[in-house]
Design a protein around this ligand. Sequence first.
Ligand code: HEC
Ligand code: HEC
Length: 341
Amino acid sequence: MRTLSFFVLVTAAPLTLAQEPFNALARRHQPVPAGHVVGKDNGAGSGLHNAGEDCGICHTPGGKAGHLAFTMGGTVYADRMGRVPLEGAEIVLQDVAGNTISMTSNKVGNFWTSAPLAANGLAVASHGGTTHELFGFDGGVLVPADAADSRTWQYKAWLRHGDEVRHMVTIAPVGGSTGTTPRMSCNMHHSPLGGSGALWVGRQPVAPVASGVSFKKHVQPLFVSRCAPCHIPGTRMTRLVTLSDVADGGATTFDYSAAHDFTSYDGSSMVVVTDGGTTTRTKRGVRAAADPAAPAQSRALLKTLKQPAGTVVHAGGAFWTSSDDDYRLILKWIEEGALDN
Ligand code: HEC
Ligand code: HEC
């Protein structure tokens, strides 16, 4: 037995990222792809109109601008509310075949491309999680879905500006939820006031506070703006989308929140409607991720600190260094007892 396990140890090749399944759970800490030319897939034209709108309504086959169909497009903002467009942000996609696509936002924040995205012919769910069976069986033989159907195009995305990086948590297919209206735009889900928030990469830090940090006045707004749309009450789930995920019994369903609601001090408990009826989702609040006995070791801070390039410890990305005002404000609040003040 001992000899056998030794044998296995020396011959097993280390698992590389490329071998990891292309799903939300396996890729949740994948660093933003590097080594490509930034903006190499920018679409032609000036594209200054309809910022923040769903480009895919028109720029889709058969749409008003169907002769100029995009595979992906959208608008980037500096802030989550979508008030300040951000020029020069990079939108990086990696598709299921491992191809990297890079776009940069223009002066109104718009980006778009017609570069092809690879298909997963066994995709079974739309971007929003509604399950379809795109593929079929012919005489018992599995026939993958048409690779031209945008509901099979699967990708992970990152948003980068300077040293700010936002990770998309899902591995989504592109297309809309109905076969006849394939929409291909990030703004469909990530509109400024939509549930998934604007496509944003960062916001101005809060003003430094000398002492007497207040949870309600200083800390809570920071967490609400930075940690939504993931650590929120209720439910925000993404379903995995391949046939094998379904065969797994859906065990890999991925909750964005890790059972934390950072919009409140104590957390929340909410009854939500699920496939199987209703269920109660209980989540822990900011206090549970703060440790006044060892403030700098608080999980809310450790998880969100910027890491060396290529290292990702948090699917939600990194937000600050230990010298940033936002970090120092949270640290001070924890040092002062992490009070509900
Ligand atoms: C309501 C429909 C509609 C929406 C929404 C829309 N477009 Fe367009 N777009 C058009 C039409 C129509 C044209 C003109 C086609 C032509 O002139 O032949 C066009 C042309 C373009 C062009 C080529 C002309 C130019 O400006 O250089 C680009 C690029 C473009 N759109 C980008 C975008 C982006 C990016 C979005 C989303 C943020 C978007 N569009 C949203 C309808 C739309
Ligand atoms: C884009 C979504 C997203 C955003 C935004 C986000 N997170 Fe997360 N966070 C996740 C996901 C997904 C996990 C679970 C996977 C992991 O641990 O990386 C997680 C896990 C965590 C955990 C670990 C919870 C545990 O079980 O111990 C902490 C702490 C945390 N996040 C803090 C934060 C804080 C603080 C913010 C805002 C400043 C934030 N996150 C913003 C997605 C996000």
